[in-house]
Design a protein. Structure first.
Length: 271
């Protein structure tokens, strides 16, 4: 009799587990990289090495990989890893019991308020366009074009005010001989001030006229992703071959142009 009850209990447990099914959640993708998937809510989950990528509508392999702005359904195994990601170009309906997925989150959105549900703060720009800043993470891709005289093999960095102007705060990846790129997560509403360097204060970017420039400044409004295109005209250690005018320099037969940083067309002082 005891064996019969045990067998019945095991069978009932199997039925309940099968009826419950796997834990599933859905949302809009923020990032998919380095073995993790992040949603725009801020929740991040570990992805299994043998994860299966499917189209949410056809349940067949898609023609693209997970990327920001796509919608996705994530299916978890009992260990809490994502074993299946179903991609969609349209929003997917909420999954029943999706809150159970929070136990597997490696990065969890704040319970109150959720960045997607919190009432955003609206600000009117100079052109009359209303921009909202709710503090949600924005995936920002910076691409910079460097001058042709940039030394071969140079590494390019982004220096920021939040890093104390560390000249190696954010390392960029080379795209080609004249372009570098990096993607960072920045909260909307952040006043982001930055300059490009080649790893030191002596190799900081200069303005088009060769003089020290003011830091670049951007405020990011609510978005899933943003692309920033910049151009560096000169580096401090390569501008005008490293020569700079002295405060009291005057033209001489041996130095007829002691003011190499003057804008084009400006008259040269004479003694």
């Amino acid at each position: 009799m005891i064996r019969v009850f045990r067998a019945a209990a095991v069978l009932l447990l199997v039925v309940l587990v099968g009826a419950a099914g796997p834990i599933v959640t859905s949302g809009q993708l923020l990032a998919y990289q380095e073995g993790f998937v992040f949603f725009t809510t801020g929740d991040g989950f570990k992805v299994a090495p043998d994860v299966v990528i499917l189209n949410a509508q056809t349940h067949k392999p898609p023609t693209e990989q997970p990327r920001p702005r796509l919608y996705a359904r994530a299916v978890f195994n009992p260990a809490g890893a994502v074993t299946e990601i179903d991609l969609s170009h349209v929003a997917l309906p909420p999954e029943p019991g999706a809150q159970q997925a929070e136990q597997f989150a490696v990065a969890l959105s704040t319970p109150a308020p959720n960045p997607d549900l919190a009432p955003p703060q609206a600000t009117k720009a100079n052109n009359g366009v209303i921009k909202t800043y709710s503090g949600k993470p924005v995936l920002v891709t910076f691409t910079v074009q460097v001058p042709p005289n940039t030394p071969l093999g140079s590494q390019v960095y982004i220096s920021t005010d939040t890093s104390g102007w560390n000249p190696q705060a954010i390392a960029m990846q080379r795209v080609d001989i004249l372009h570098f790129r990096v993607t960072e997560r920045i909260l909307s509403g952040t006043i982001f001030r930055y300059l490009y360097t080649r790893g030191s204060l002596q190799s900081e970017e200069r303005g088009e006229n060769g003089l020290q420039r003011q830091p670049r400044e951007i405020v990011f409004s609510d978005a899933d992703a943003r692309a920033v295109q910049d151009q560096v005209y000169q580096w401090a250690d390569t501008a005008t071959n490293g020569q700079s005018a002295q405060p009291n320099a005057l033209p001489t037969p041996f130095n007829p142009a002691p003011f190499p940083n003057l804008p084009s067309g400006a008259p040269t002082p004479h003694p």
